[in-house]
Design a protein. Structure first.
Length: 78
């Protein structure tokens, strides 16, 4: 091989364009990954919030039912 090999300018241009394209695409792709992770985290938060609200509602319903049962039992035992 020669000490100073000549590279076709079209190949240099193609490699340069490819590198620029990779840099541009990687920014958009990484932003997409961040947005997807944020959306997933938000959906988990909303799911947990709804589940917690439902559970507290069930607890309140059980407490009311228990109190009503105690009142009925107290009035029946008189």
């Amino acid at each position: 091989m020669s000490e100073n090999p000549q590279v076709n300018p079209a190949i240099v241009e193609a490699v340069t364009i490819n590198n620029e394209r990779l840099l541009i695409d990687s920014i958009a792709e990484s932003q997409g990954v961040v947005n997807e992770a944020f959306a997933h985290s938000l959906s988990l938060i909303m799911h947990n919030s709804g589940t917690e609200q439902f559970a507290s509602s069930q607890t309140a319903n059980a407490a009311v039912a228990s109190t009503c049962a105690a009142i009925i039992n107290a009035s029946l035992s008189k």
